[in-house]
Design a protein around this ligand. Structure first.
Ligand SMILES: Cc1cc2nc3c(=O)[nH]c(=O)nc-3n(C[C@H](O)[C@H](O)[C@H](O)COP(=O)(O)OP(=O)(O)OC[C@H]3O[C@@H](n4cnc5c(N)ncnc54)[C@H](O)[C@@H]3O)c2cc1C
Length: 225
């Protein structure tokens, strides 16, 4: 379907949110992603389509995506995204993906965001807050620097125990366990650059968590937070 670009905002250093109005009703669950097709001249070898998790919540009026724009060598796709003017039209797919909240609202949740991997958590936490639902969440947000921490206001909710580690270092599952405490009864959601998310998921499994307790969302195209 078509979607119209509305506006963008600068959330943090190199991090921008882009708002769109879908041409017809788009049904989605917090944490799901869409394919975005932005036609442009002379696309580079990475092409004209990308997957993006919606950082907006279904309770909000517009859909939004949030991404990091490489200041030195952005792809032709991101250059075009960043130069959209209000009213410009792009193509989006239906929503998909199972990186969503568990149905059982008594499940204790641990969210681990690697850099821009915070997008599904912004969506879920906003959804919970606006629905006045009850959840218990520990959110560990790993960022390159304090300047690259986005959504602090939206993430700071009474039901969220927020830990921001903005030293840009690689943290292992063992480091994170010190913050999480008892992990055996919790469900761990990891979202971020593919190498980071895969390494953490493997480590958590080796610490005795079963495959239903670890949910991952890999963002290809990023090597590090
Ligand atoms: C399910 C899913 C959800 C996702 N959700 C998000 C999201 O919410 N937010 C988000 O930002 N991304 C998300 N992604 C990743 C997104 O689709 C892009 O892959 C990512 O943003 C990188 O974009 P880009 O390729 O335009 O590269 P850029 O961001 O422009 O560049 C990334 C890096 O690639 C380097 N590079 C330059 N040229 C090349 C080249 N030719 N080939 C390879 N690398 C090169 C650049 O130097 C730069 O450091 C998601 C992916 C999936 C699969």
């Amino acid at each position: 379907m078509k979607a119209q670009f509305i506006r963008s905002i600068n959330d943090a250093e190199h991090i921008y949110t882009y708002y769109f109005e879908p041409g017809s009703t788009l049904r989605y669950i917090a944490g799901q992603f869409l394919e975005f097709h932005i036609a442009h001249e002379n696309p580079d070898d990475r092409g004209q389509k990308r997957w993006f998790t919606l950082s907006s919540s279904p309770t909000e009026s517009h859909i939004a995506i949030t991404t990091k724009i490489d200041p030195k060598k952005p792809s032709s796709f991101k250059k075009k995204l960043h130069s959209l003017k209000p009213g410009d039209s792009i193509d989006i797919s239906e929503a998909m993906g199972d990186f969503v909240l568990p149905k059982d609202d008594s499940t204790k949740l641990v969210f681990i965001a690697g850099g821009i991997g915070v997008t599904p958590f912004r969506s879920m936490i906003t959804w919970i807050s606006q629905k006045h639902a009850t959840r218990s969440i520990q959110l560990i947000y790993l960022a390159q620097s304090q300047d690259q921490v986005a959504f602090t206001e939206e993430l700071s909710q009474p039901f969220v125990e927020l830990h921001v580690l903005s030293d840009g270092k690689r943290h292992t599952a063992l480091d994170l366990e010190k913050i999480i405490g008892e992990i055996k009864t919790k469900h761990i959601y990891v979202s971020g650059p593919e190498p980071m998310a895969k390494a953490l998921a493997t480590d958590f499994k080796s610490m005795g968590l079963n495959r239903y307790q670890i949910v991952t969302d890999y963002f290809p195209g990023y090597e590090s937070i």
